[in-house]
Each structure stands twice: as structure tokens, then as C-alpha cells.
Design a protein. Structure first.
Length: 431
């Protein structure tokens, strides 16, 4: 707890109004603004800091809170050299040593991501602190820092782990220089194998989207948004997944190529995201998207996954006969895509039988258990545990459960990963 306090207290200390930065800082800030051709009002609009505050800074009447200064630096789009030049004018030695906009931003981002993950609104979180929702918004924007005691309570309420904090502070992701490096980075976020907390995928995806090499390439952005949507969907955060899938679709359309397979794949992904976003409207939207692919040039693998999404939708709505019919079509198409896809889809067919209360049929539906990767082994083990547990075969169920847990520990996956991952795993093979 003490280590966490020391790390996070930097955020509070940096925002202390006791830092008196006069004269040279005010001149440096004014010069930076003028170089960008901005008025004080324009800078205020872009940074979210009031014009009156900026005037007082430039008049050396008051020193900045560092999170507010970070917002101004971002609005001015200063280079790293310019940031260093500006911060060197801060008269407080502590301010010079501890000023780190990236650290401030990452901590604020962690709070926002954790709140979204917990499903709490700004107002609901504010009730825990007897404060106004605006205060929570300012914490998440980095313009206001919670006190050390508030930080401890935020970690407790939002269930933020120390591992998340240290992971967010590290620079494990490097700016990709090629599409191959981008895909490698995406894969490392989707299924980390280095023992890192897999709940960090939010921050890591957003950091990927922040790298200049990605922001300057629409197709790279689309790949990141699509992978992020898939991960959110696998975590049952369907509304957020829809948002990122739609971003991916728009970006692919803006840089589309004739017969672009990625654009077709993201349509299927968007349908899957919609299917879980709401109980009534979601499935209808998903089916409309899938129906719209009737005349599109789908290869066998994309066609099999399209049929699989149909089967998932109808399973959720309890229309098992229709779900099984689409599952038959998915498996028939998958035979032209290789045994691995067939095996993956057979597990989804088994889940249909489980949902309709027929574990014997579920066990009989699974094919191709011999040739599997370690990750799929873990997923298979979890499914086989569910099936044998439903059959009341306790010894076999215990065996598969133990295997799933053992492999998950090796891959640094939490237990909930399996249940969330199963339906969506076949699509990752396409993506």
C-alpha cells in the first residue's frame, strides 16, 4: 500500500497550487502560444482551461496546476524539446523533477478505464466520494488530482490492481514501424504471454492508437479498432465494442481496396458486437448486417463465420432449431477452410446443444481434438468441463477443469476469459 501511495501521491503533489512559477515561465508560455499563432481564447477552447486562468499564468499572477499545464501542452502540440524548454522555466525544483504529462495522463486514463469496466457512471462513482460528477470527470481528464486517501478508495471501489498501475506506467509497447510490427503488438495485447495483467488491454489499445505511426495510417488505425472491438466483445462490453467496430468499418471504407477482405471481416465483427449490445434491437441489427452480405464476395472462411454468427444470435434468442441449421451451414463452409476452423466451430455447435439442455449431443458435436494449439487446448478443456459437469461425470469434469486452470496460469489468463472467449474465438482466426 505504501508503494502505491508514493507512486500515486506524485499525481497529487504535481497538482499542488503551492508551486510558484513566475516570470520566465509566463514568458515561455506566452512565446509558445504566439509561435502557434493562437490567441488566449483559442488556447482556452482547445485545452479546456479557462481564458482567465491562462491570462493569470502569463501575467505570473499564479502558478499552474501541473495536470492543467499538461492540457495546455497537449493543445499547443509542443515537441518534446519544447516541453523540456518550457518546464525548465518552472521555478520549483520539485515541479521540474516530477512534471511528467505522460504519467499524469496515464493515471487519469487508468481511472477512466476502470470506471468503464466497472459499469459505473460518473454520478454513481461520485456518490462514493460525496462529490459532484464534474469532479470525477476532472479526475479522468487529468485536470484535477484526487487526494491520496481518495486514490486508495478509488482503487478499492474500481478494483484496480497494483499490477495494472505498474503495467500502465511501463513502456512495454513500442511504436510500430511496419504492419508486421503492428500485428505483433496487437497479438501481444489480445493474448499476453508474459504474465502481465490482461485487464490492461484497454490502456494498451488506446496507447497503440496514440502512436504517430498509427494515427497517420488509417488502415493501421482500423486494424487496432477492430482488434479492440473484438476484445471488448469477448469481455461482454458490447456497446463499447460496437463503437470501435464502427470506427474500424469507417476507416476501412476510407482506404478500401477492391474486394478488401478486412472490410468484409469487420462487417461480420460488427454484427457480432450488435448481437450482444441489446436483447431486442441488437439481434435485429446484427441480422440486417449479415443479410446485407448476401451478394458480397465472401471466401469460405468468412462465409463459415457469417453462418456462425447467425447460429450464435438464434442460440441467444432460444431458437435452437434455426441455430443448428445455421451451424450446419457454418461447418459445411468450414470444411473448405481446414480442420482448425472446423474444430473451432464444432465447439460452438456444442454450446448450442448445451444451451438447449442436451450435453450428450454437445459431446458428440466436437471434432478434431488432436491437433490444437495451447490456447485452444485451454478453451477446449473449459468446454469439456462444462459438458461433463452437465452429464454429472464429476471425475472427468474435475480433470478438464484442472487442465483449464493449469493452462490459464501458464498463459496469464483469468478464469472468466474462457466463458467470454468461446463464441468469439473462431473470428480471431479470420482477423
Amino acid at each position: 500500500m505504501w508503494a502505491k501511495y508514493v507512486t500515486l501521491s506524485v499525481m497529487t503533489e504535481m497538482s499542488s497550487p503551492k508551486l510558484r512559477d513566475a516570470g520566465s515561465f509566463s514568458n515561455a508560455l506566452r512565446e509558445a502560444r504566439v509561435r502557434r499563432g493562437m490567441t488566449q481564447g483559442q488556447l482556452a477552447d482547445l485545452s479546456g482551461i479557462s481564458r482567465r486562468t491562462i491570462i493569470r499564468w502569463e501575467n505570473a499572477d499564479v502558478s499552474p496546476w501541473v495536470p492543467e499545464l499538461a492540457s495546455v501542452i497537449e493543445a499547443l502540440r509542443l515537441s518534446s524539446e519544447e516541453v523540456e524548454e518550457l518546464t525548465m522555466t518552472l521555478t520549483s525544483n520539485r515541479a521540474k523533477r516530477e512534471f511528467d504529462p505522460a504519467r499524469t495522463g496515464r493515471l487519469a486514463l487508468l481511472l477512466k478505464l476502470a470506471r468503464n469496466r466497472s459499469g459505473l457512471s460518473h454520478a454513481a462513482l461520485a456518490q462514493h466520494f460525496d462529490c459532484d460528477p464534474t469532479t470525477v470527470r476532472r479526475w479522468e481528464s487529468g485536470r484535477l488530482s484526487p487526494s491520496p486517501s481518495e486514490i486508495d478508495k478509488l482503487f478499492e471501489v474500481l478494483q484496480i490492481s497494483d499490477g495494472e498501475l505498474s503495467g500502465l506506467m511501463s513502456d512495454s509497447l513500442m511504436p510500430p514501424k511496419s504492419e508486421v510490427e503492428l500485428i505483433t503488438a496487437i497479438e501481444s495485447v489480445l493474448a499476453p504471454k508474459d504474465g502481465s495483467d490482461i485487464r490492461l488491454f484497454d490502456a494498451k489499445f488506446l496507447r497503440l492508437l496514440d502512436f504517430p505511426t498509427v494515427t497517420e495510417n488509417k488502415r493501421w488505425q482500423a486494424h487496432v479498432h477492430g482488434a479492440y472491438a473484438w476484445k471488448l466483445m469477448a469481455r461482454h462490453r458490447h456497446r463499447e465494442a460496437v463503437h470501435h467496430a464502427e470506427n474500424a468499418k469507417q476507416l476501412f471504407e476510407e482506404c478500401r481496396k477492391p474486394g478488401d477482405r478486412a472490410l468484409l471481416a469487420v462487417d461480420i465483427l460488427l454484427a457480432r458486437c450488435h448481437s450482444g449490445a441489446s436483447k431486442v434491437r441488437g439481434p435485429k441489427l446484427a441480422i440486417r448486417i449479415l443479410d446485407g452480405l448476401d451478394k458480397r464476395p465472401l471466401d469460405w472462411q468468412l462465409l463459415s463465420h457469417r453462418m456462425d454468427v447467425y447460429s450464435e444470435i438464434y442460440t441467444r434468442t432460444g431458437a435452437f432449431t434455426r441455430a443448428l441449421a445455421y451451424s450446419d451451414r457454418a461447418l459445411a463452409s468450414a470444411k473448405n477452410s481446414g480442420p482448425k476452423v472446423v474444430k473451432l466451430l464444432s465447439f460452438n455447435r456444442a454450446r448450442i446443444h448445451l444451451a438447449e439442455g442436451k450435453p450428450d449431443d454437445a459431446l458428440g458435436a466436437i471434432v478434431g481434438l488432436s491437433d490444437s494449439t495451447p490456447l485452444i487446448n485451454a478453451l477446449e478443456a473449459h468446454s469439456l468441463f462444462e459438458i461433463h459437469n452437465s452429464l454429472e461425470k464429476k471425475q472427468e469434469a474435475q480433470h478438464w477443469s484442472s487442465l483449464a486452470v493449469r493452462i490459464s496460469r501458464q498463459l496469464a489468463l483469468d478464469h472468466s476469459f474462457f466463458e467470454e472467449f468461446l463464441w468469439s474465438q473462431p473470428f480471431l482466426e479470420t482477423w
